[in-house]
Design a protein around this ligand. Structure first.
Ligand SMILES: NC(=O)c1ccc[n+]([C@@H]2O[C@H](COP(=O)([O-])OP(=O)(O)OC[C@H]3O[C@@H](n4cnc5c(N)ncnc54)[C@H](O)[C@@H]3O)[C@@H](O)[C@H]2O)c1
Length: 262
C-alpha cells in the first residue's frame, strides 16, 4: 500500500471510531441525580426518570433521606435535577457546576445573579432553569405576550396550593417580564392566591375598550411537569448559553428544527 493510501485508511479508521464513540455516547443512558427527591416534585421526577428508557436514576439527595448533593455527586451523574427550596437551589447548583455536572433547576423564588457569576467562571457544565415545566404553561406565557401587543393592559392572577413558599410565582414573574419586553410598558400587576385544593394555575386577563381576553392554564397533576423536565434533562448538555431560563427556548427550538426538516 502506498504511503498516501495508508494515511487515507488511517484517517478513515479514525473517523469511524469517532463516529462509533459518538453513537455510544448518544445511546448510553443519561445518569440523573435528583435533589429534593423526598419532596412532592422530587418524587414525581424520580418516577419519571426511572420510567424513561434513555435515563438512569443514579442518586437521590434530600435531608429527609439522609443524603446530600455531595453524596449524589459521588455517584457520577451527568445531570442533577433540583426541586428543593429557594434557599438551597443556588448552592446545590454551584456545587454541581464546580464538579462539572449539568443542572436542571425547577425550584423557584431565588436570585439568579450568584449562579450567573459561577457559570461565567467555570464553563464546563450547563445550567437550565424553568419556572414552569408544563408545556401548556409555556404556551400560555407565549400567547399572553403576543396578545399583550394588541391589548391596552394586562393583569396576572396566579393561584397555587397553600404550601407554596414563594409569591409571586416564578411563572407569573416571567410572564410579567415577557409582557413588559414585548410591549415596552411596565410589568403588569400580579395577584397571588394561596388556597388548599389548588395545585398551579394562572390567568392573564387582557383589557381593551369594551372587551377582555382571558388566557388560562391549569396544572391539575404534578405529572403535567414531567415531559418538560425530561426534555430539559436531554437538552441541558448541549446548551450554547448557560444559565438558560425558560422551557420555551428548548420547546420552540425543537419545533423550529422539525419545521425546517419538513
Ligand atoms: N418549575 C416548575 O415547573 C415547578 C413546578 C412545581 C413546583 N416547583 C417548585 O419546586 C420546588 C419544590 O416544590 P415541592 O412542592 O416539591 O416542595 P417540597 O417541600 O415538597 O420538596 C422540597 C424537598 O427539598 C428537600 N430539600 C431541602 N433542602 C435541600 C437540599 N439542600 N438538598 C436536597 N434536598 C433538599 C426537602 O427536604 C423537601 O423534601 C419549589 O420551589 C416549587 O415552587 C416548580
Amino acid at each position: 500500500m502506498s504511503e498516501r493510501a495508508g494515511l487515507r485508511a488511517e484517517a478513515g479508521a479514525r473517523a469511524a471510531s469517532q463516529a462509533q464513540a459518538r453513537e455510544r455516547e448518544v445511546r448510553a443512558p443519561i445518569n440523573v441525580a435528583v435533589a429534593g427527591a423526598a419532596g412532592r416534585m422530587g418524587e414525581a421526577v424520580c418516577a419519571a426518570v426511572s420510567a424513561a428508557e434513555d435515563m438512569s436514576l443514579v442518586a437521590k439527595a434530600d435531608p429527609l433521606l439522609g443524603s446530600t448533593v455531595s453524596d449524589a455527586l459521588r455517584r457520577k451523574p451527568d445531570v442533577l435535577v433540583d426541586f428543593t427550596r429557594p434557599g438551597s437551589a443556588v448552592a446545590n447548583a454551584i456545587e454541581c457546576v464546580k464538579a462539572g455536572v449539568h443542572v436542571v433547576i425547577g425550584t423557584t423564588g431565588f436570585d439568579l445573579e450568584p449562579l450567573k457569576r459561577e457559570c461565567a467562571r467555570s464553563g464546563s457544565a450547563n445550567v437550565f432553569i424553568a419556572p414552569n415545566f408544563a408545556v401548556g404553561a409555556v404556551l400560555m406565557m407565549r400567547f399572553a405576550a403576543e396578545a399583550a401587543m394588541h391589548m391596552e393592559a394586562a393583569e396576572i392572577i396566579e393561584l397555587h396550593h397553600e404550601s407554596k413558599l414563594d409569591a409571586p410565582s416564578g411563572t407569573a414573574a416571567r410572564t410579567a417580564q415577557l409582557i413588559a419586553q414585548v410591549t415596552g410598558r411596565s410589568e403588569p400587576p400580579i395577584h397571588s392566591v394561596r388556597l388548599p385544593g389548588l395545585l398551579a394555575h394562572q390567568e392573564v386577563i387582557l383589557g381593551a375598550l369594551g372587551q377582555t381576553l382571558t388566557i388560562r392554564h391549569d396544572s391539575l397533576d404534578r405529572r403535567s411537569f414531567m415531559p418538560g423536565v425530561l426534555l430539559a434533562i436531554r437538552a441541558v448538555r448541549s446548551l450554547s448559553v448557560s444559565p438558560l431560563v425558560g422551557l420555551e427556548h428548548i420547546l420552540f427550538r425543537e419545533t423550529d428544527e422539525r419545521e425546517q426538516r419538513m
